[in-house]
Design a protein around this ligand. Structure first.
Ligand SMILES: *[C@@H]1O[C@H](CO)[C@@H](O)[C@H](O)[C@H]1NC(C)=O
Ligand SMILES: *[C@@H]1O[C@H](CO)[C@@H](O)[C@H](O)[C@H]1NC(C)=O
Ligand SMILES: *[C@@H]1O[C@H](CO)[C@@H](O)[C@H](O)[C@H]1NC(C)=O
Ligand SMILES: *[C@@H]1O[C@H](CO)[C@@H](O)[C@H](O)[C@H]1NC(C)=O
Ligand SMILES: *[C@@H]1O[C@H](CO)[C@@H](O)[C@H](O)[C@H]1NC(C)=O
Length: 290
C-alpha cells in the first residue's frame, strides 16, 4: 500500500480547512479547539484511506457482509464489509492512539477522545448510492451500495463538530463538560461525560482578533488585507468587522497587463498590453482610528 497517499489526502484536506480555522499556528501544544480538530482530521483521513485500500483490495482485509449502518427503504442493499470498517479502525488506532490509550493524563484523554471522534465522523458520513430499476422512471426497485464519503465530506462533518466542540475538564479520569459561568442552569447535563462523537478541548482558544501570544507578541487582524465581497475567511466582514475593527479602503491607479494574447506560433509567447486600472486595497484598522 502506498502510505504516501494517506498523507497527501490528509495534507490537501488540511490545507482546504486551514484558513477557516482562523489561526492554525497557535495550535501546536495547545489543548484548544483547533488542536482538537487536527487530531480528528488525522484519524478520520487515515481511517478513510485504510477503508479505501480495503475496498480496492490493495490491503488484505477479509470481508464479511454484516451491515455497518441501518439500511433504508430499498429492494436490495449492498453493505460495506464490516470487517473493512473494523480493520481500518484497528489499524488507525494502532498507529495513532497507542501512546494515549493507557494514560490518565488530561491531555492524553483529550487526544484519544478526538482521535475517536474523527473515526466516528467517518462512520457518520457513510452513505448509500442508489440506482433505480423497474418500469421506466418509477423507481419501483432500488439497489443501493453503501459508500465511504469523500475526504471533503468527512472534513465538513468534522468542521461541524469543530464549531460544536465542548470545553471539558477531567473528573475521575473522565472528560466532563466544564460548566460555563454563563450557563449554570443545566447542571445535570453538564456533569455527564461527553459523547464520543464530540470534539473536546481543555483550554479556550485565544481571541484571534487581539491576543497576546506566549512570547509577548500581539496576534491581531489589524493590518490584514481583506476582500469586500463575500463572507469568506478573507472578507473584511470576518477579519475586521466581527473583531470590532474598521475597514480602510484606498483606491489607486495601477498599471497592469491586459488584453493578453497567447501566441502559439511565436514560441508560445504571451503578448499583453499595459492598461491603467483602479485597484482597491482594503485592510483592517483599529476602530479608534480616524
Ligand atoms: C418506501 O417505499 C414505498 C414503496 O415503494 C414508498 O411508498 C415509500 O414512500 C418509501 N418510503 C421512503 C421513506 O422512501
Ligand atoms: C479489531 O479489533 C478488535 C478488538 O481488538 C477485534 O475483536 C477485531 O477482530 C479486529 N478486527 C479486525 C478486522 O481486525
Ligand atoms: C488589543 O490588545 C491591546 C494590548 O493588549 C490593547 O491595548 C487593545 O486595547 C486591544 N484592542 C481591542 C480592540 O481589544
Ligand atoms: C496588503 O496588500 C498590499 C498591496 O497588495 C501589499 O503591499 C501588502 O504587503 C499586503 N499586506 C499584507 C499584510 O499582506
Ligand atoms: C480611476 O478612478 C479615477 C477617479 O475616480 C477616475 O477618474 C478614472 O477614470 C478611473 N480609471 C479607470 C481606469 O477606471
Amino acid at each position: 500500500m502506498n502510505i504516501n497517499s494517506i498523507w497527501l489526502n490528509f495534507i490537501s484536506l488540511f490545507l482546504t480547512y486551514l484558513p477557516q480555522m482562523k489561526c492554525f499556528y497557535y495550535v501546536k501544544n495547545k489543548a484548544n479547539r483547533e488542536n482538537a480538530v487536527t487530531y480528528a482530521f488525522t484519524s478520520s483521513i487515515m481511517m478513510h484511506a485504510f477503508m479505501k485500500e480495503c475496498i480496492g483490495k490493495r490491503l488484505e482485509c477479509t470481508c464479511d457482509t454484516k451491515p455497518v449502518g441501518p439500511k433504508s427503504n430499498v429492494t436490495s442493499w449492498k453493505a460495506l464489509c464490516v470487517s473493512h470498517y473494523t480493520y481500518s479502525i484497528n489499524l488507525t488506532k494502532l498507529i495513532l492512539d497507542k501512546s494515549f490509550e493507557n494514560s490518565k493524563d488530561s491531555r492524553a484523554l483529550m487526544n484519544h477522545h478526538n482521535l475517536r471522534a474523527g473515526r466516528i465522523a467517518v462512520k457518520r458520513t457513510l452513505y448509500n448510492e442508489c440506482t433505480c430499476h423497474g418500469t421506466s422512471g418509477s423507481c419501483q426497485f432500488k439497489t443501493c451500495w453503501q459508500r465511504v464519503a469523500s475526504p471533503l465530506s468527512i472534513g465538513n462533518e468534522i468542521y461541524k463538530q469543530y464549531k460544536d466542540a465542548r470545553l471539558v475538564q477531567v473528573v475521575k479520569d473522565q472528560l466532563i463538560r466544564k460548566k460555563s459561568t454563563a450557563k449554570l442552569d443545566n447542571a445535570e447535563k453538564e456533569s455527564k461525560p461527553v459523547s464520543a462523537g464530540k470534539l473536546v478541548y481543555l483550554e479556550r482558544s485565544p481571541n484571534y482578533c487581539n491576543a497576546t501570544m506566549p512570547d509577548g507578541s500581539i496576534l491581531t487582524t489589524i493590518g490584514r488585507n481583506c476582500t469586500r465581497q463575500g463572507e469568506s475567511f478573507k472578507s473584511c466582514s470576518q477579519l475586521c468587522l466581527k473583531c470590532g475593527y474598521k475597514v480602510k479602503s484606498v483606491t489607486v491607479p495601477k498599471t497592469v497587463r491586459c488584453n493578453c494574447i497567447y501566441n502559439l506560433f511565436l514560441k508560445n509567447t504571451v503578448n499583453c498590453e499595459l492598461c491603467l486600472k483602479n485597484v482597491t486595497h482594503n485592510w483592517c484598522i483599529p476602530s479608534s482610528f480616524v
